[in-house]
Design a protein around this ligand. Structure first.
Ligand code: AMP
Ligand code: MG
Length: 315
């Protein structure tokens, strides 16, 4: 299949409306979209990515009001989060409408919904006839794509169209909160932190480690994620043991070790999130063997970076 790269949201939306798969930019990472009312397109999302069928997709809408098209009820906790964080990098899990295909939700009674804040995503979603089901636009298990070239590297020949936009400004996947239960529960860490959520919904509960590993509420969390081909080793500042002459790389906030062959010093935690996945992919292209990742302070988006680094190191 020929994969078309376009900067036109209109052209991209017309492909999607014809039942084709379209990757599109958002502020978190690039999404791989299909019309949520078209089961053939939904099946293709899973086959294009090599995604396990029990890992549900997130439904994307162009305006907060449209979440009503897919959910059967919006509890007060969700209303408050929508008011505060939509459009933005937050996905809410809510009870689904009957009409939502089980292919979207992997047979769960709930559905994940998000309204991206990205202007290109907005223009694209607005011209799609129905809400768009989309996981991250990468081969399953690989780091999410934060720029259109990464999408193209992974999915060229497997999808019809890539809507080209700038590199995703956040660089990590959305925060996921389950509001189908009371109190709401954080399922995946992201740019909207637990303390941000608690400012508006103080009873929001943290994800427990148990749920993430043994019996996850969010099925996707049980799979290996974010893994570059290189081995990922987590380290504290000034403690990376890079060997000169070896194919070692380093990313972090402090002074890079002199012995590392490839380094990425980030200005702050936001910059770290922005660079992380594209750095992993660059390291793979350069056949780096080991990537030392300095752990950022455990606050704000640092929580989410540490979560992704831990998963990358386990993968
Ligand atoms: P991705 O966009 O590739 O990060 O994948 C979507 C993520 O959303 C996966 O980790 C899913 O487990 C999660 N997700 C989507 N729908 C639901 C749902 N109904 N309940 C819990 N988690 C969900
Ligand atoms: Mg993903």
């Amino acid at each position: 299949m020929e994969t078309i790269v376009t900067e036109s949201p209109r052209i991209a939306a017309s492909w999607l409306n014809k039942g084709e798969l379209v990757a599109f930019p958002t502020e978190t990472v690039y999404g791989l979209g299909g019309d949520m009312t078209n089961d053939t397109a939904l099946r293709q999302i899973f086959s294009a990515k090599g995604r396990p069928a029990d890992n549900p997709l997130i439904v994307h809408v162009d305006s907060p009001g449209r979440i009503q098209e897919v959910v059967s009820e919006i509890p007060e906790t969700a209303r408050r989060m929508v008011r505060q964080f939509f459009p933005g990098p937050l996905t809410l899990i809510l009870k689904k409408k009957k009409s939502v295909s089980p292919l979207v939700t992997a047979d769960l009674p709930t559905v994940g919904v998000r309204c991206p804040a990205h202007p290109v995503a907005h223009a694209f979603l607005k011209q799609c006839n129905h809400p768009v089901a989309a996981p991250s636009a990468n081969i399953s298990g690989r780091p999410s794509s934060t720029d259109w070239r990464a999408v193209h590297d992974d999915l060229k020949g497997r999808i019809r169209c890539v809507l080209k936009g700038p590199q995703s400004t956040i660089g990590l996947e959305s925060t996921i909160v389950d509001c189908s239960v009371y109190p709401p529960r954080l399922l995946r860490k992201g740019a909207v932190s637990l303390s941000d959520l608690r400012t508006y919904v103080p009873e929001t509960a943290a994800a427990t480690t148990d749920e993430n590993t043994t019996q996850p509420k969010s099925p996707g969390l049980k799979y290996p994620h974010y893994t570059p081909a290189a081995r990922v080793i987590l380290c504290e500042p000034q403690s990376a043991e890079c060997s000169p002459g070896r194919k070692h790389a380093w990313i972090g906030l402090s002074e890079p070790p002199e012995s590392a062959g490839k380094t990425s010093r980030c200005a702050d935690a936001d910059d770290y999130a922005y660079r992380l996945f594209s750095f992993f992919r660059e390291c793979d292209r350069e056949s780096i063997e080991v990537i030392y990742c300095e752990l950022p302070p455990d606050k704000g988006i640092g929580h989410a970076i540490r979560d992704r680094l831990q998963r990358a190191a386990e993968g």
